[in-house]
Write a protein that binds this ligand. Structure first.
Ligand code: F6R
Length: 362
């Protein structure tokens, strides 16, 4: 049932091209420059969005915040659900609370959405598990169609959630008049390519395994990214922690000099999301700062970027894609890195200690 793979996690990582096809496939309308999500909700009636989720799903929500703000100019608040539910959020009838969940059973997420609903918000669930509790709590559901996820560490559900966030942002942008038809068409063409691009990334597994071999004895890892790649950094660090038990921290790269830079020495591998985009040059300076202090840099960079190879010890290339979609291809090598490191350390990849697939108690 693992389809010839040694672990569910690896099988699920390899299913990702197909999963993206499922999440996006029938919904893209290139001609019109729009997407069809089958939702009754009118994005023009939404004045603010609250993202509510936990763990990996929360990082997908953070990506959604960047995208919705960039493409639809709607203000988005983002919290982990365990904070949201107790912070007495300011909510009204023009608030859309979006809960994101693979299982649809995470108690904090369910309670967060109940809190928003109780205060008059409209609610949308971005969910994988059909008929789960969350789908019954929300006004409407956008299924991510990732198929059953068995590995405790979430991989394919994350990619599908990111794709769902991109779909939502395009729909909101079009409905609210902040995204032109041409710009949307450009994005949709790029989205259509994603399954194939992820396929290409998966071919890099031998190189990822080589990098894992080099660094798997490290005590700590630092992950850095900016803008849409900030959630990618968080997710990369979470995956590594969860299944290898190596301590990993993630920071928005620009925040590094406000503290974490003190950690950097020759023993600290620093994974930097350095794909091409508006903040590329800034990220290069962050890499230089790490190198100047002896840190080892593993860069995730855009195919064809020669410059980065001169700065970083190791480079994992991902295919070129619209900068707002880069997280969808960039997280894949980080999933593989966590996997390869965990296997080298002899960890139980599919059943990491202390973790449950769905957290139904507080
Ligand atoms: C990470 C992981 C957890 C879940 C979190 C939310 O690999 O599995 O962080 O993402 O518990 O779970 P769902 O999406 O089911 O609400």
């Amino acid at each position: 049932e693992k389809g010839g793979f040694p672990h569910y996690m690896l099988k699920e990582i390899y299913e990702q091209p197909w999963v993206l096809e499922n999440t996006l496939g029938g919904r893209l309308r290139e001609e019109e420059g729009d997407v069809d999500l089958g939702l009754a909700l009118d994005p023009r009636e939404v004045e603010r969005v609250h993202m509510v989720a936990c763990g990996t799903a929360a990082y997908a929500g953070l990506y959604g915040k960047y995208l919705l703000e960039a493409l639809a100019r709607v203000p988005v608040e983002w919290d982990v659900a365990s904070e949201y539910r107790y912070r007495d959020p300011v909510v009204d009838g023009k608030t859309l609370a979006i809960a994101i969940s693979q299982s649809g059973e995470t108690i904090d997420t369910l309670e967060g959405i109940r809190e928003a609903k109780g205060k008059g918000a409209r609610t949308l669930g971005v969910v994988n598990a059909k008929g789960s509790s969350l789908t019954r709590e929300v006004d409407e559901v956008l299924y991510i169609h990732a198929g059953p996820e068995i590995g405790v560490a979430s991989t394919k559900a994350y990619l599908a959630m990111l794709a769902a966030m991109a779909l939502l942002a395009v729909r909101f942008g079009r409905a609210r008049g902040t995204l032109s038809r041409e710009a949307a068409q450009g994005l949709l063409r790029e989205m259509r390519k994603l399954p194939r691009l992820v396929e290409e990334v998966l071919e890099q597994r031998p190189l990822v395994a080589h990098i894992a071999e080099k660094y798997h004895q490290a005590q700590d890892f630092l992950f850095l990214g900016r803008h849409v790649q900030t959630p990618t950094a968080y997710e990369g660090a979470l995956k590594l922690k969860e299944i290898s038990y190596i301590h990993a921290e993630a920071y928005p790269a620009g925040e590094m000099k406000h503290g974490p830079i003190a950690l950097i020495d020759e023993h600290l591998p620093v994974v930097v999301l350095a794909t091409r985009g508006p903040l590329y040059e800034k990220t290069l300076s962050n890499i230089q700062e790490v190198r100047a202090r002896g840190g080892k840099v593993i860069a995730i960079a855009t195919q064809g970027d020669e410059e980065i190879a001169k700065l970083a010890q190791d480079v994992l290339y991902v295919p070129e894609v619209h900068p707002l979609l880069a997280p969808i291809v960039s997280v894949v090598p980080l999933q593989l890195l966590a996997y390869e490191v965990a296997v080298l350390l002899g960890r139980d990849v599919d059943q990491p200690r202390n973790l449950a697939k769905s957290v139904t108690v507080e």
